[in-house]
Ligand binder design. Structure first.
Ligand SMILES: Cc1cc2nc3c(=O)[nH]c(=O)nc-3n(C[C@H](O)[C@H](O)[C@H](O)COP(=O)(O)O)c2cc1C
Length: 482
C-alpha cells in the first residue's frame, strides 16, 4: 500500500539510513536553516539526508526539512521508487491520474484553532536566510480553487508571516494560484487558500510539477500513489485539503488587501527585493494532536527546492514530448539539480528519426518551458554522467552547425538574475539549444570487443582487484555496434 502520510515516508527514509534525527535543542530562527545549508553545500548528493529536528527552542513541535528533496535518493524514496525509475513514475502518474476521495474525519483536523485562537507564532516557522530575510516564511504546498470551474490548484508560493494571523503571498501574474485568486476577487468575493504542511509526499511533489491550468495536481498525486489521495472539507471554506497532513493553515484574501513582501532569499541564489503582493487573513489552523512542522529549504542552490522542482519537471518533460507531442523516440530527460528546475540546463536523450529532429525537439522544449539551456543527445548517452555528456559534446557537437540561440525571451527579472527592469522596461533573456546528436554514423568506438572486456573482468575479479559497479556509460559503449 502507498504511504498514507509523511510519517510512513520518514520511517522508510530512516530504514534506508537517509534520515537524521537531531536531538540538540535548536533555534528555528537560524540553526535549522544554517545546518541544512551546510548539508547542501558541503555534502554530495549521495551523502545527503532528510533532517528531523526533534527539539526546537520555545516549541513542542519538531521541524523537518530536506525530507523530500535532500537528494535524488530521498526524492525517489518519497515516490516509493528507485532513483532511475523517477521519470517513468511521473509519466505513469501524469497519464493515469486518480481522483481524490473525500472523507469525513481527518487526522489533519484533530485540533482546530479558529478566529481569535489563531496564532502563527505557535508554529516553529524557520527563517531561511537568517540575518537577511525580513520574516519567517512558510514554504509548502498551497491549495487554491477556481471559482468558475470548481477545480483546485496545488503549488508552492513562498508565504511571508506578517503577523499572528496575516500572511503575504508571492502570487505573480500568470501563476495558477493567481488565476484562482482572480476568479474570486474579480467578483468581489474573498478567495480561500490553504497552506498544507506535511502531507503525503506525492501531494507535495505534484504541487511543484508545472502541469497545465485546470489539471488537478491532487489527482496527479493519486496517480503517483496508485490510489486516491484522501481529502477533507476545510474547516472554514469549500476547499478540499489532504486528510493526512500534519498542519493546515486556512486563509482568505479580501479584494484590494495587499502588503509589502520580501526581501527573501531567492531560489536563483541572490536576495530578492520588496514587492506589493496579496495579503491573506488566517481564519483557522488545524492540525494533528502531535503535529510536526515541515518547510522546504530553498535559496542558494543546490537546495531542496531545486531538487524537487528539477526532478518533478524532468518527468513532465518526457511525458509532454512523448505523449502530447508524439516524439515517441524521446527516451529520458534530466534537469540539473543546481538551478531550480526552471532556468536550468535540461538534457534530453532520444533517437532522432530524421535530419533536424533533435533540433526540433530542442526548440520545442525551449518554447514550452522556462529552461535556459537545452542539450539534446542520442539515446546511447547516460545523461546523468557528466563525463559521458562531455564526451558527447566533444565528439558529436559542432558549435557553428549545432547551436541555436533563441532571443527575446521574457523571463521575470526576479527569477533570472541576468535581466533587470530598467526605466520600467524589463530586459529580455535568451536561450541556448545545443544539438549534440551524431549527425552521421561515426563508426565503431575504440574499445575492445565486449566479449573480451567481460572476460577481462573475470580476470580482474580473480586477481582480487578492487570491486566496482560497471558504469552505465561503459555498458552503453560496449553495447554499441555489437
Ligand atoms: C520552496 C519553493 C518556493 C516557491 N515559491 C514560488 C513563488 O513564490 N512564486 C511562484 O510563482 N513559484 C514558486 N515556486 C515554484 C512553483 O511552486 C512551481 O513552479 C509550481 O509548479 C507552480 O504551480 P502553478 O503552475 O500551479 O502556479 C516555488 C517552489 C518551491 C519549491
Amino acid at each position: 500500500m502507498a504511504y498514507r502520510d509523511i510519517r510512513d515516508h520518514l520511517a522508510a527514509l530512516e530504514s534506508k539510513g537517509k534520515l537524521k534525527r537531531i536531538q540538540k535543542n535548536v533555534d528555528h530562527t537560524w540553526e535549522v536553516s544554517c545546518l541544512a545549508r551546510w548539508m547542501f553545500q558541503a555534502l554530495p548528493d549521495e551523502e545527503r539526508f532528510g533532517m528531523l529536528f526533534e527539539r526546537v527552542k520555545g516549541h513542542d513541535m519538531p521541524v523537518m526539512t530536506g525530507v523530500l528533496g535532500a537528494s535524488r535518493a530521498t526524492y525517489a524514496a518519497a515516490l516509493e521508487t528507485e532513483p532511475d525509475r523517477i521519470n517513468e513514475k511521473w509519466v505513469h502518474a501524469l497519464t493515469n491520474p486518480v481522483p481524490t476521495r473525500e472523507v469525513d474525519n481527518a487526522p489533519s483536523q484533530e485540533v482546530v484553532h479558529e478566529g481569535d485562537a489563531v496564532d502563527l507564532g505557535r508554529l516553529p516557522i524557520p527563517i531561511w536566510t537568517p540575518g537577511k530575510d525580513i520574516a519567517p516564511y512558510i514554504t509548502t504546498l498551497v491549495i487554491s480553487r477556481d471559482d468558475n470551474t470548481g477545480i483546485q490548484n496545488a503549488a508552492t508560493y513562498r508565504t511571508m508571516v506578517k503577523d499572528k494571523d496575516q500572511l503575504v503571498v508571492n502570487l505573480t501574474p500568470g501563476r495558477h494560484g493567481m488565476l484562482c485568486y482572480d476568479s474570486y476577487i474579480q467578483q468581489g468575493k474573498p478567495a480561500p487558500f490553504a497552506w498544507v504542511i506535511g502531507a503525503e509526499p506525492a501531494a507535495h511533489l505534484a504541487g511543484v510539477c508545472n502541469v497545465p491550468y485546470g489539471a488537478d495536481e491532487l489527482s496527479v498525486a493519486g496517480g503517483l500513489k496508485g490510489e486516491p489521495l484522501e481529502v477533507v472539507k476545510a474547516a472554514t471554506s469549500e476547499l478540499r485539503v489532504p486528510a493526512h497532513a500534519e498542519i493546515i493553515i486556512e486563509g482568505e484574501f479580501l479584494p484590494e488587501e495587499t502588503a509589502d513582501e520580501g526581501s527573501f532569499g531567492e531560489f536563483a541564489g541572490y536576495m530578492g527585493g520588496v514587492d506589493r503582493r496579496p495579503m491573506a487573513r488566517v481564519k483557522a489552523v488545524t492540525h494533528r494532536k502531535d503535529p510536526m512542522y515541515y518547510g522546504y529549504i530553498s535559496q542558494l542552490p543546490p537546495s531542496e527546492s531545486t531538487v524537487i522542482q528539477s526532478l518533478s519537471n524532468a518527468g513532465l518533460l518526457v511525458k509532454i514530448l512523448r505523449h502530447d507531442l508524439g516524439h515517441h523516440t524521446v527516451q529520458d530527460a534530466y534537469i540539473d539539480l543546481t538551478y531550480g528546475g526552471l532556468l536550468a540546463h535540461g538534457i534530453v536523450s532520444m533517437k532522432p528519426l530524421y535530419p533536424g529532429h533533435a533540433k526540433r525537439v530542442g526548440r520545442l522544449i525551449a518554447e514550452a518551458t522556462l529552461l535556459k539551456r537545452i542539450t539534446v543527445v542520442d539515446d546511447d548517452i547516460d545523461i546523468r554522467d557528466p563525463m559521458h555528456m562531455d564526451w558527447a559534446m566533444n565528439s558529436r557537437f559542432n558549435a557553428a552547425r549545432d547551436t541555436i540561440i533563441i532571443d527575446n525571451v521574457f523571463t521575470p527579472a526576479v527569477a533570472d538574475p541576468t535581466v533587470r527592469v530598467r526605466n520600467g522596461e524589463p530586459e529580455m533573456s535568451s536561450k541556448l539549444v545545443l544539438d549534440a546528436t551524431e549527425k552521421e554514423d561515426a563508426g565503431d568506438v575504440s574499445l575492445p570487443h565486449k566479449d573480451l572486456m567481460m572476460k577481462a573482468l573475470d580476470v580482474w575479479n580473480e586477481i582480487g582487484l578492487p570491486e566496482f559497479e560497471i558504469p552505465k556509460r561503459l555498458r552503453l559503449f560496449m553495447d554499441r555496434h555489437q
